[in-house]
Each structure stands twice: as structure tokens, then as C-alpha cells.
Design a protein around this ligand. Structure first.
Ligand code: CA
Length: 405
């Protein structure tokens, strides 16, 4: 669409609202304000392209944005709304006047009932070419008025964690578009998981957007999502909606997710207990324990349908035995792994401590094996003073026991 057409028909520019839901109350907590343009044939089209197009003069963009904000805040205050309003802003446009005109615009609605703490500035992670420092300064300035800051679109490339951390946003908005199919969850799990960790570290709430299917909502729920937004729950419209608009479906879905999660936890617990029971009698072969490789060989047949690799380490992670490796259905001993150290692995020492104190085996989370690239879990347990057995569970076994995946 020609930008000039928009500029000469500003009365056709209008805000649309997409609701944002909270996990704890299952209610609408606010709306993202989206720019729309009503065409002559009555169709309503997004102004997203107009705002992202760098060939459109910035005065045009600022002017249209002002129309949208004015209309939204008039509607908001006329309806005595007390929820949050998220406004998309580009860092470069905002920094043209250090955010002053936008701030004044917001402040002019305070006498009409607007509370500044209900304003959220939403900024695209990639929108700024400027030095981060100016942006950081601007955000701090806005925060002194109570305005909140949200950084969006960090899901796709992972963004720059360090940079995001320094901007210290109130909300991190993660785009779930990358999870188009449920099988893609595994591929993006790590980057999305690290965003969940980051948000927890910097004390920002996680908002998952573009939730368009049940499995995406489930992902968001499992991964620290406090807020949700997307077609699955609500399509943008020209009016605000009931607070309880999606409450029924959210409660129903949460109960379904919880049942699923509990079933998995139960399966993990059962499996650990079964392995524990299977290993217990093998520990009494005291003489063979002196010679660990021999002992591993003696228990290998017992573990054949479950494991593809086993070894023994001491409490500092030094490998005491060779690797017992199943190769084409036959167990082989690989002495070259003897003496390697595994203490640098995530959770290694934490798990050793737990196994020693609680005298119980531990089933690890799901991860990609460094050598085979396969999806595995590792079961580990104390077998004698200062000796810990590690059993890598084969993917085939996990696959046949779906609740373990
Ligand atoms: Ca947005």
C-alpha cells in the first residue's frame, strides 16, 4: 500500500487489540495495540509493513503511530479500563527525541485516568542500530514514570543474551512461530530454555506470543510462561473483550497438561525404581566388584534391552572402568575411556552428592549424546563407597516407553 494513501486518509487508521492472558489468573491482563488500516472496500489490513519499511519517512511513521496511540488511549480511558496496554515502538524512532514526545503523549492521558504503570513499551530486539547505551538510558528514564518495558522477538535467533540482560526489561516476549510443528520442539528446546533461564535470572516475566495451537500453549506453560498471546486464545479485534474470555479453555488445557506431566513423572519414578531393583542383587557379587570391567561384563546381559553404554566413575568424576559399549547387539569393552573426567558436565557433582546422601539412583533429563547425537537419558547410582555406575539408556528403549521421552 502506498504510504501517501495512508497519510491522506488518517481517519482510516485505527488500533486493534490482541488480548494477553495470565497463567495465574487465566484472565486478560492487557492488550497489545496493533495498527490497522481500513481500505475502501471495507477490508482491514495490518500496518506492520508500513512501520517496518525503512523507505517510509520517519515523520510519516511517527504521525500514524500518534493517531493509533491517541485512538487507543481515548478508547481505553473512555472505558475506564485498568489493564495493561502494550505499544510497539522502534528504538530508532524513539531515540530521535529521546522519547520525549511519546512520554508527553502518555502523560496527557493521566488526567483522564491513565496510570503510567499500565503502559508497556514493546520493542523489537533487532530494531535498534544505535548503541545499546542510549536505549538503556531511555528505558531507565521511562521506568521512573512507572512505564514498563518489554523486549520482543527474541525467540527466533536467540538474540544477544548479554544485551537483553543489560536492558533489564520487565517482560521478555518470546515468539513461538519457530515451533510450527510439535516435532520441532526438540530442535528449539535449548534456545527457548535458555531464554526461560535468562528471564528468571533478570527477574523478567516471560510472555509467549503467536500461540496458535495447543502444543505451543503446552510448551509455554511448561517453560515458565506467565503470559500468553496468540490466535489460539484470541484474534485481534477493534474492541476489548471479557476478562474471562479464555478462562474455560485455559483451565481445561492446564488440567490436561498437568495430567500429562504427572504421568511422565510417574513413569520416570517407576523406571528408576525398576532399575534400582535390578541392580541391587548384582551388587552382592563382591569379588567381581574389585575388577570393575569384569563386573560390568557380568551385569551387561541384564541391561541389554535398556542400555547401550555403561561405565563407573569415582565421586570426583574420574572414570574408574572402561566403557562397556553395545555394538551390533554385542557388548564390547573400550579401555581408552578409563581415567577420563566428567566432573565438568552439568549437574555432575550435584548428582553425585545427591546419590551419596540419599542412597538413591537418579534418572537424568533428556539430552543429546555427545558421541552418537542420539536422544538419551542416563541413570546413575551408588554401587560401592566412592563408586558410581552410569547407565546410558538407549533411544530405542525410550521410544518404546513413550512416557520416558
Ligand atoms: Ca509486537
Amino acid at each position: 500500500m502506498d504510504p501517501l494513501d495512508i497519510m491522506t486518509n488518517l481517519e482510516r487508521v485505527a488500533p486493534y487489540y490482541q488480548a494477553i492472558f495470565s497463567a495465574d489468573t487465566q484472565e486478560v491482563i492487557g492488550y497489545e495495540v496493533l495498527g490497522r488500516y481500513q481500505m475502501e472496500n471495507g477490508d482491514v489490513t495490518s500496518l506492520g509493513h508500513f512501520f517496518r519499511d525503512t523507505t517510509v519517512p520517519s515523520e510519516y511513521q511517527l504521525e500514524v503511530d500518534k493517531v493509533i496511540i491517541n485512538k487507543a488511549l481515548t478508547y481505553y480511558t473512555d472505558n475506564d479500563c485498568e489493564l495493561k496496554l502494550f505499544f510497539n515502538q522502534s528504538a530508532d524512532l524513539l531515540l530521535e527525541d529521546q522519547g520525549e514526545s511519546l512520554l508527553e503523549l502518555f502523560l496527557s492521558y493521566v488526567p483522564k485516568g491513565l496510570k503510567m504503570e499500565n503502559i508497556v513499551i514493546e520493542m523489537d530486539e533487532h530494531s535498534s542500530k544505535e548503541d545499546n547505551e542510549y536505549l538503556q538510558h531511555l528505558f531507565n528514564y521511562y521506568k521512573t514514570y512507572g512505564i514498563q518495558v518489554s523486549i520482543s522477538n527474541i525467540g527466533d535467533a536467540g538474540g544477544n543474551m548479554d544485551r537483553i540482560g543489560r536492558l533489564n526489561p520487565n517482560i521478555l516476549k518470546v515468539n513461538l512461530e519457530i515451533l510450527r510443528q510439535s516435532y520441532e520442539v526438540a530442535a528449539h528446546q535449548d534456545i527457548l530454555h535458555s531464554l526461560a533461564v535468562l528471564s528468571r535470572k533478570i527477574g523478567a516475566a516471560l510472555l509467549y506470543e503467536n500461540v496458535e495451537a495447543s502444543f505451543q500453549l503446552q510448551y509455554a506453560w511448561r517453560n515458565g510462561g506467565r503470559y500468553y498471546q496468540g490466535f489460539y486464545l484470541h484474534k485481534p479485534g477493534s474492541e476489548f473483550i471479557e476478562k474471562n474470555y479464555a478462562k474455560k479453555i485455559l483451565i481445561e488445557k492446564f488440567q490436561q497438561f498437568i495430567r500429562y506431566e504427572k504421568r511422565k513423572l510417574h513413569a520416570i519414578h517407576q523406571f528408576s525404581g525398576m532399575l534400582q531393583n535390578r541392580i541391587q542383587p548384582l551388587l552382592s557379587k563382591k569379588t567381581e566388584m574389585e575388577e570393575l570391567d569384569g563386573w560390568l561384563q557380568s551385569i551387561a546381559e541384564e541391561m541389554s534391552e535398556i542400555s547401550f553404554r555403561m561405565y563407573v566413575c569415582d565421586e570426583n568424576g574420574f572414570q574408574l572402568s572402561s566403557n562397556m559399549l553395545k555394538d551390533n547387539g554385542k557388548w564390547r569393552t573400550l579401555p581408552s575411556s578409563k581415567g577420563k573426567n566428567w566432573s565438568w558436565r552439568p549437574y555432575f557433582l550435584e548428582h553425585v552428592m545427591k546419590m551419596s546422601m540419599e542412597r538413591k539412583g537418579i534418572l537424568s533429563d533428556i539430552y543429546s549424546d555427545i558421541e552418537t547425537g542420539e536422544t538419551v537419558r542416563t541413570y546413575s547410582c551408588l554401587i560401592a563407597q566412592g563408586k558410581f555406575l552410569y547407565i546410558d539408556i538407549a533411544y530405542d528403549y525410550l521410544y518404546e516407553n513413550q512416557d520416558l521421552l
